[in-house]
Design a binder for this molecule. Structure first.
Ligand code: NAG
Ligand code: NAG
Ligand code: NAG
Length: 185
């Protein structure tokens, strides 16, 4: 009897623990600000110096800084200075720059770790938005954290859903960034 009631209690506490780790009421939060932007990354491949917007700056032993490493690019780090546009056209007038790095950090699949800022300078927005998080590239929609901002985004926090809107081999990719701020000031 004693043992049975304590196991009921354990299940009760387990249920409490599980229900608080995965809040079901997540959907009740509505963003206080929402914007969708695109950025375009043209990776240096040894021939496109004038056009490239990103450079491999670290490679594992046996690879070089021109071609991404085999085995899911594990060990490569790229630094980028990419144009941000309002639509999916690389040639649209940029509204700012996406600047930072991505690190390929998984040995058996394509996953990168992103750390970058959007520096926006347009008639609509002036300021920076800072992003950090894991980017499991093979998944269509990935969420990364928006850890802060400055200017028009002073003290803002939220989550951005990114998806690879387009890519051309290993030379170009375009990310769509759906920015949802849940804390605005
Ligand atoms: C870099 O590595 C690739 C693939 O192994 C090779 O084709 C290329 O010639 C190398 N480039 C340089 C500059 O060493
Ligand atoms: C923002 O854009 C204006 C107008 O094009 C320019 O004068 C200014 O230098 C830019 N500011 C930054 C921080 O790039
Ligand atoms: C720059 O690279 C992009 C992506 O590969 C390509 O679409 C574009 O035509 C290139 N522009 C020039 C001037 O080479």
């Amino acid at each position: 009897m004693e043992a049975r009631s304590s196991s009921v209690l354990i299940f009760f506490f387990m249920f409490l623990a599980i229900s608080s780790a995965f809040p079901k009421n997540k959907d009740k939060y509505k963003p206080c600000k929402h914007l969708v932007l695109f950025f375009h990354d043209i990776i240096y491949n040894g021939k496109n110096a004038a056009n490239a917007t990103s450079a491999i700056v670290a490679a594992p032993q046996g690879s070089n800084l021109t071609i991404l490493a085999p085995n899911s690019h594990f060990g490569n780090i790229a630094v980028f200075d990419d144009p941000i546009t309002l639509d999916n056209n690389l040639h649209s007038k940029p509204v700012g720059r996406a600047q930072g790095m991505y690190i390929y950090d998984t040995k058996n699949t394509f996953t990168s770790w992103l750390g970058f800022s959007f520096s926006l300078n347009s008639t609509d927005y002036q300021g920076t938005i800072n992003f950090i998080g894991a980017d499991p590239i093979m998944i269509k929609y990935r969420d990364i954290s928006i850890v802060g901002g400055t200017g028009d985004f002073f003290m803002h926090r939220g989550v951005a859903t990114i998806d690879t809107d387009s890519y051309e081999g290993e030379v170009y990719f375009r990310l769509k960034v759906d920015i949802k701020f849940y804390e605005c000031w």
